[in-house]
Design a protein. Structure first.
Length: 154
């Protein structure tokens, strides 16, 4: 597998995507009614292009996107997405802090880092802070959709 790495350690109960549960039959089956996605990137053109790419998948719904920290925190709290795609490289240096703040929310979404250029330090820091995967922005659209679906089921 190229273009991304998967974090396979445990995750918090609050990150189980509680907004995605459609039905429970017995105690063993949970069905998802589509994955609600939120995109965080400073560049509006990147966010818009990524949203357009992801809207092609029938079971993914981009519920919003922003780059401003205050708007991001408000939106994620109000919209309660299942997955947040986050570019942690920011001019203001707040990428990892945004990640940590979202992970600390009640019923927090899963966080997936989508970056232009990887660094080992950043990957390790993002995974320690609560991201479930770390991917490159140049990942093929079909593979990106598969990875988001994987994150939703983790």
């Amino acid at each position: 597998m190229t273009g991304y790495k998967i974090h396979q350690e445990g995750y918090h109960l609050s990150s189980l995507g509680c907004r995605s549960i459609l039905a429970i039959e017995g105690w063993s089956e949970i069905r998802l009614s589509g994955t609600r996605l939120y995109i965080i990137d400073e560049h509006v053109t990147v966010r818009s292009a990524l949203a357009e790419r992801l809207e092609q998948a029938a079971n993914l719904h981009v519920v919003g996107h922003a780059g401003d920290v205050e708007e991001v925190m408000r939106d994620v709290g109000e919209l309660q997405p299942d997955i947040v795609l986050l570019e942690v490289k920011r001019k203001d240096g707040m990428g990892l802090e945004i990640l940590r703040s979202i992970v600390a929310m009640d019923c927090s979404p899963r966080l997936a880092v989508l970056t232009s250029y990887p660094t080992k330090w950043e990957e390790d820091a993002a995974l320690r802070a609560g991201a479930v995967c770390y991917m490159m922005k140049d990942i093929d659209s079909e593979e990106l959709i598969r990875m988001i679906e994987w994150c939703a089921k983790k």
